[in-house]
Design a protein around this ligand. Structure first.
Ligand SMILES: Cc1cc2nc3c(=O)[nH]c(=O)nc-3n(C[C@H](O)[C@H](O)[C@H](O)COP(=O)(O)OP(=O)(O)OC[C@H]3O[C@@H](n4cnc5c(N)ncnc54)[C@H](O)[C@@H]3O)c2cc1C
Ligand SMILES: NC(=O)C1=CN([C@@H]2O[C@H](COP(=O)(O)OP(=O)(O)OC[C@H]3O[C@@H](n4cnc5c(N)ncnc54)[C@H](OP(=O)(O)O)[C@@H]3O)[C@@H](O)[C@H]2O)C=CC1
Length: 452
């Protein structure tokens, strides 16, 4: 049914960024109707939020029916229909179900979708949402062998979690988990794959790695065999050299020229922001990664249109210790900050870039280890101008700090190190640590006493 509404605030997207933004706006402007337009039947909400330290936060994500939000915020209306058209110059939006909204302020939080290796190939799956995860699960239950391509978050989780099916993991780097780790951390984690198999007595879990040091793409390209991952990676992992001689639904040729048959391929090769088709016809500035470019007030290049979460790309000059990564934490922080910017704009108040953009911080789990990443954890953008200190106890913890000019600028903490708060402080206060040298990571010294 066609209808037209004049509203102050419209938010597009029922993911973490959109829901956080809508909640924040609805709680601040209780006498205004706030509209959240979303293509998905369920909305994602943040629960059990815990501020672990100044910048580190932990929370759970729950998918809930939109009624839960509407009950909590009586002025928040959720419309489950995709936006099909935006005319930013006219401040007008239209949804698939025929509703037209004339907004004053709009925030686009339409997320991202998997950047698949090949489009429209029924044997190549991406994992993004509940539907695609269910499709993956369905196909996996009948699969003997899958090929996982990519070396980021999803691939790391999959190769560890998938059971009862042979997994061939094709990566183009020398070490696993290139988006989160360096080779040292990868080396620390690799035994978990083999050990996990023994400990959990999984008869069929087999992981195999194919690496390609050329860094070229996979299907059909040429290249040479990459170097081995290290002495431990194959421990407890069954390795077989030859391609199976029966017909598989799909075959993958890697750049090392090997061909593997499989039931299907998971393309865990990153994401691309959802900026089309509904944004077409406007004058949005896009970043190189196709994200909506936003300034330090989360404003896009179209007036009164803000963006947050995976769909946007930070276009401001970032702090020396922060970088954008498309993660839950940043989706929540951006959604929340975008709401505050929209509010400040309406109330004609000034607002400064939030403190959460001072220091990159992320807590997660890989291979059942707690993982904390701080600042320039992989010495991003530092070139040769840095020094690394590493402490590692096999099977227990891996601690790496990145120093430049004697000051700590990043850290990777794997395991229960209990160092996150101290290191966060050292990074934030930029204290000169030169005189401590390697003692900084001496496990026999209580580092907190040093700096009290
Ligand atoms: C398998 C997987 C595991 C992950 N694990 C982690 C993790 O452990 N830790 C972590 O920090 N991050 C993780 N991430 C990343 C994290 O999920 C994303 O960074 C985050 O969810 C992005 O939130 P968002 O709100 O920007 O986008 P999304 O969650 O993608 O939400 C976008 C919303 O916009 C809606 N939408 C899109 N187009 C339209 C339209 N035209 N009209 C109306 N609505 C529209 C969609 O329906 C959806 O509701 C993971 C991602 C994946 C895929
Ligand atoms: N626990 C967590 O924090 C998790 C976070 N996520 C997030 O979800 C999003 C999606 O995850 P994911 O898909 O793993 O994305 P990521 O961006 O984490 O990783 C993509 C990986 O695919 C590789 N890649 C890209 N293109 C190709 C190609 N053509 N051939 C081979 N490899 C390629 C990339 O290598 P290169 O970098 O060299 O291009 C990279 O290793 C990300 O934003 C991720 O951060 C997901 C799961 C868990």
């Amino acid at each position: 049914m066609a209808s037209e509404k004049q509203v102050t605030f419209v938010i597009v997207g029922g993911g973490i960024a959109g829901v956080t933004c809508a909640e924040q706006i609805a709680s601040q402007f209780t006498s205004d109707e706030v509209y959240l337009l979303t293509a998905s039947p369920l909305v994602k909400t943040v629960t059990n939020f815990k501020q672990v330290s100044k910048t580190l936060e932990e929370f759970d994500i729950e998918e809930q029916p939109s009624s839960v939000l509407e009950e909590k915020y009586p002025n928040l209306k959720v419309v489950q229909s995709a936006v099909k058209l935006l005319r930013a110059k006219e401040h007008l939006l239209q949804t698939e179900n025929g509703q037209t909204f004339h907004y004053r302020k709009l925030c686009i939080c339409s997320g991202a979708r998997p950047k698949l290796l090949t489009q429209d190939n029924p044997h190549v799956l991406g994992i993004r949402d509940t539907d695609s995860a269910q499709e993956f699960q369905k196909r996996l239950s009948k699969a003997k062998r899958i090929v996982v391509i990519g070396n980021g978050g999803i691939a790391l989780e999959l190769v560890y979690e998938v059971e009862g099916c042979e997994v061939i993991w094709a990566i183009k780097d020398k070490a696993i988990g290139n988006t989160f780790f360096d080779a040292g951390a990868a080396q620390f984690l690799i035994p978990s794959l083999g050990a996990d198999k023994k400990d959990r007595s999984l008869p069929c879990k087999r992981a195999r790695y194919a690496t390609d040091k050329t860094g070229a793409g996979h299907s059909g390209a040429s290249g040479e065999l990459g170097s081995a991952l290290g002495p431990d990676w194959h421990e407890g992992i069954e390795l077989r050299g030859a391609v199976q001689v029966w017909l598989w639904p799909a075959y993958v040729q890697l750049t090392n020229k090997k061909i593997y048959g499989c039931d299907f391929v998971v393309s865990a090769t990153g994401v691309v922001p959802n900026t089309d088709p509904f944004l077409n016809g406007n004058n949005f500035k896009l970043a190189e990664d196709h994200g909506l470019r936003v300034d330090d007030h989360m404003r896009t290049s179209e007036q009164d249109v803000y963006a947050a979460g995976d769909v946007c790309t930070a276009g401001w000059e970032p702090s020396a210790l922060w970088q954008q990564m498309r993660l839950w934490t940043q989706a929540r922080q951006m959604g929340w900050y975008a709401a505050r910017c929209m509010a400040a704009d309406v109330q004609e108040e000034a607002i400064e870039l939030d403190f959460c953009f001072e220091l990159f911080s992320h807590i997660t789990k890989f291979f059942n280890y707690k993982v904390v990443l701080l600042g320039k954890f992989n010495a991003q953008g530092l070139g040769q101008d840095h020094e690394l200190l590493v402490r590692c106890t096999k099977g227990q913890e891996y601690v790496k700090v990145v120093l430049t000019g004697g000051r700590m600028v990043g850290a990777v903490l794997i395991g229960e190190t209990d160092l996150e708060e101290t290191f966060e402080n050292l990074i934030l206060n930029q204290m000169d640590l030169s005189r401590y040298g390697e003692e900084l990571l001496n496990p026999n010294i209580d580092i907190e006493d040093y700096f009290d």
